[in-house]
Design a protein around this ligand. Structure first.
Ligand code: UDX
Ligand code: UDX
Length: 454
């Protein structure tokens, strides 16, 4: 039986290995992580991350060919292939702080693999990394004094949270980058054979190492850029009376542009977009390309502005004071379908509202536990899973995560229980605005002028 070890049991490592185990029963897959709480949770039915369909697959394969361990070092040497899925957050210290990716976990992992290995292995970079990270990993791995050889492969993961299982089961593409040497080609083939168990061959793309690393950063940058582009136009719509939904559908019908990812919002969130664009901009600057860096940096700046703009619109509509007013925040996750709040626009919006001395009542179907951690000092916040309780007595509603269940709320009931005039700020273009106005709400939309009862 071939053995795979995955270092890092997070949002990427966990679901990826579960799907791999399902399709490759002849591989024994061991997932290891230094976070023992996380590993313990993977062994229960209360998984450490919420992802539709994940538990079913884990239940099928756990104990069959998928195993979880907190002892990282002990599982390295037996493995033929090691996937590295450790996190690569934005650096918070020293040179490049706030922009460059912190690759210390990748380096530590490479050192640990070198130390623990007595036989050759393929190392697959799954984490999103700065272009040429594989070179550093390779240098560390090859510097071992046991003569063990390693082949590095870059195979970035493109799954999005909330749809991870579908994205893994039916990926648009699987990217495999490697060295153009004989042993490099063999390693590429070996990794390709794993994915070929369920991914059609024409969707598996083999490229060189650096293109593979850069393709992941570029894909995220392009996606985030679309959101910032549509959000930029949303501001112009609000001023001119155009409607961003209509503009976006007209633009998206051009099949060179495409319909997807053109939804105006309070801004993009998530653990990847901001981190990866900042990293891309930093890399461009490092390589002497300040104009390219500035181009990408602007995508993040526009995103920050969009969040602030949302709060400024609220402030202005609520007669320029939010002090002592109750604001119900519907949603806190960075998007629907996940409990993840990393870089959620809700965090920035909540903090700006707290700065205005608003009293927040926060609700979310999945993310309340994380929301509490994100706002540890917020004495003026309450948290409840019940949207009716959150909106009771509120002066305004800020809808910041587009959970579909919020469009099913009984807004007559919500309206009756709110202070008047009752304001609703739909940051996700989710609700039936005409119906809300008929009930009596003052409705503010991202990407269209406000509508108020006549
Ligand atoms: C992933 C990718 O790996 C990252 O590069 C990408 O940009 C974002 O998505 P993700 O799975 O979301 O990261 O990160 P996280 O959920 O934080 O999981 C990483 C795991 O690695 C954590 O559980 C952490 O405990 C573990 N880890 C980290 C180790 O086991 N060893 C380390 O040295 C560092
Ligand atoms: C993203 C990439 O899609 C994925 O390929 C990569 O591997 C990791 O980063 P993720 O962050 O999980 O995935 O979610 P995604 O669906 O891309 O959404 C990111 C953010 O953009 C969310 O906050 C979402 O609400 C926002 N968004 C998305 C919009 O504001 N408008 C849109 O039209 C689409």
């Amino acid at each position: 039986m071939k053995r795979i070890c995955c270092i890092g049991a997070g949002y990427v490592g966990g679901p990826t290995m579960a799907v791999l185990a399902k399709h490759c029963p002849e591989y024994r897959i061991e997932v290891v992580d230094t976070n023992s709480e996380r590993i313990a949770a993977w062994k229960t039915d209360d998984l450490p991350i919420y992802e539709p369909g994940l538990l079913d697959i884990v239940k099928q394969v756990r104990g069959r060919n998928l195993f979880f361990y907190e002892d990282v070092e002990g599982h390295i040497d037996e493995a033929d292939i090691i996937f590295v899925s450790v996190n690569t957050p934005t650096k918070t210290f020293g040179h490049g702080a706030g922009r460059a990716a912190d690759v210390q976990f990748c380096e530590q992992t490479a050192r640990m693999i070198a130390k623990c290995s007595t036989k050759p292995k393929i190392i697959v970079e799954k984490s999103t990394v700065p272009v040429r990270t594989a070179e550093a990993m390779e240098a560390i791995l090859q510097a071992n004094d046991k003569g063990v050889t390693f082949e590095i492969i870059s195979s970035p993961e493109f799954l999005a949270e909330g749809t991870a299982i579908r994205d893994l089961e039916e990926p648009n593409r699987v990217l495999i980058g490697g060295r153009p040497t004989e042993s490099g080609r063999r390693a590429i083939q070996e990794v390709l054979d794993i994915f070929a168990h369920w991914v059609p061959k024409e969707r598996i793309l083999t490229v060189d190492l650096w293109s593979s690393e850069l393709a992941k950063l570029t894909a995220n940058a392009f996606l985030a850029q679309r959101v910032s582009s549509v959000n930029a136009i949303s501001a112009l719509c609000e001023r001119t009376g155009a409607n961003i939904t209509e503009v976006a559908s007209a633009v998206g019908m051009d099949d060179r542009i495409g319909r997807k990812f053109l939804r105006a919002s309070v801004g993009f969130g998530g653990s990847c977009f901001q981190k990866d664009i900042l990293n891309l901009a930093y890399l461009c600057e490092y390589h002497g390309l300040p104009e390219v860096a500035a181009y990408w940096q602007q995508v993040v700046e526009l995103n920050e502005w969009q969040k602030k703009r949302f709060v400024r619109t609220m402030l202005k509509a609520l007669f320029n004071t939010l002090a002592g007013k109750r604001v119900a925040m519907l949603g806190f996750a960075f998007k629907p379908g996940t409990s993840d709040t990393r870089c959620s626009p809700a965090i920035t919006i909540a903090k700006l509202l707290i700065d205005e001395h608003a009293e927040l009542s926060i609700t979310d179907p999945k993310a309340l536990e994380n929301a509490r951690k994100d706002l540890p000092d917020a004495r003026s916040c309450t948290f409840t899973p019940d949207p009716y309780e959150a909106t009771r007595g509120a002066h305004a509603i800020a809808l910041v995560t587009g959970w579909p269940e919020y469009s099913e709320l009984d807004f007559e009931r919500v309206f009756q229980d709110m202070e008047k005039p009752a304001f609703i700020f739909d940051g996700c273009d989710l609700l039936d605005h005409e119906a809300l106005v008929k009930i009596g709400f003052h409705v503010f939309r991202v990407g269209a002028p406000p509508i108020v009862p006549s």
